[in-house]
Structures are given as C-alpha cells and as structure tokens.
Ligand binder design. Structure first.
Ligand code: AR6
Length: 173
C-alpha cells in the first residue's frame, strides 16, 4: 500500500459538491436512471446526456462494461466533470468485489487524466444495485487506499444517509 489518501466523509447530496470530478453511479447504457444517476442528470441538465449519447455513438457503442469509467461535462453542476462509473449488481452467488474496486480505481484514473485534484464519490452499488453498504464501504475505501492518490487534495465520499455514513466511517483505516 502507498501513502494513505486523505479520505473525507460527508453526509449530503453528490450533486451539490464543488469539486473537479463528481462520480456517477451509472449503468452500462450511460443513458440515465434513478438514484444518483437521476439526480445528476436532473440537476446537471441535458448537456450531460448529450455527451453520453455521443459516447454511445462513438467509442462506447455497446455501452460501458461493469467496473469501467468515462468522463463527460458536468453541465450545470458545480463540478467540472462527471465521471460515470458502472458498479456491479450485488450477487449472493458470485463475488463481484473486484469489479466494485475497479470502479473506484478507474474513476480515479480517469479523473487524474483530466487533471482533477478534487473528487467526490457516492456509495456506488449500494442503492438500486443492492450491495450491502458495510461491505461496499470496506471495498471502496480499500480501493482508494491502494491507488496512487498523490495528485488529489480531496477524495470525498458523499453519503446520503446516516447508515451509509457510519459504514464508511467504520471502514476507514
Ligand atoms: N447524493 C448522494 N448519494 C445518493 C443520492 C444523492 N443525490 N441519491 C441516492 N444516493 P444508486 P447503484 C445514494 O441507486 O446502487 C441507477 O438507476 C443511495 O442512497 O444511485 O450503484 C443507475 O442508472 C445509495 O446509497 O446507485 C443504475 O441503473 C447510493 O447513493 C443503478 O441505479 C447509490 O445508489 C445503479 O445503482
């Protein structure tokens, strides 16, 4: 493990974060959905969806694979970019932890490529995708701590409710 990243936890709404990159808990279609995804498109406006459609018309014709991440404008959000990451659906039968870790690692890599210094993540996969939040928190925090985060001054997890906040708090080293 490298130098520990300084991870911040806040309770709140991801769409209100004034950071370079806001990470979206997207799906493979990149064309929107509920939860964080719905909130980001609603508040960020149609420019985000327009760029997502361009990605689908170009390099990402089949959509984005689980664990991968791709950037668009943040539209009217108080951020510079949205990095859309596709988390795995929780499965009892199959261990998909590495895909959840990939989401975090790949989001950081895309953000670094953009030149971002500040980034905010939601609790990916813990809503519609049903991943138990305590387990997701452990995987997310470990993935960030195992990444090269030297270029980032802020790595923030934005947790919607107290249970998620407590889970991430308990997962901090
Ligand atoms: N800010 C911060 N956290 C939020 C917000 C918000 N505005 N809204 C919800 N959460 P989810 P997933 C929390 O369902 O499980 C979409 O339809 C929520 O309480 O947004 O990765 C996509 O299109 C939960 O803890 O993402 C995909 O199809 C966490 O964010 C699918 O849902 C993630 O919940 C992705 O499911």
């Amino acid at each position: 493990m490298g130098v520990m990243a300084d991870i911040e936890l806040v309770r709140g709404d991801i769409t209100e974060q004034e950071v370079d990159v806001v990470v979206n808990a997207a799906n493979s279609s990149l064309l929107g959905g509920g939860g964080v995804d719905g909130a980001i498109h609603r508040k960020g406006g149609p420019e985000i969806l327009a760029e997502c459609r361009k990605l689908r018309a170009g390099h990402h014709g089949k959509g984005l694979k689980t664990g991968q991440a791709v950037a668009t404008t943040a539209g009217r959000l108080p951020a510079r970019w949205v990095v859309h990451a596709v988390g795995p659906v929780w499965s009892q039968a199959e261990d998909r932890s590495s895909l959840l870790a990939d989401c975090h690692r790949n989001s950081l890599a895309v953000a670094a490529e953009l030149g971002a210094a500040t980034i905010a993540f939601p609790a990916i996969s813990t809503g519609v995708y049903r991943w138990p939040v305590e387990d997701a928190a452990r995987i997310a925090i470990a993935a960030v701590n195992d990444s090269d985060t030297s270029r980032f001054s802020i790595i923030r997890f934005v947790l919607f409710d107290q249970r998620a906040y407590d889970a991430f708090h308990n997962a901090l080293p």
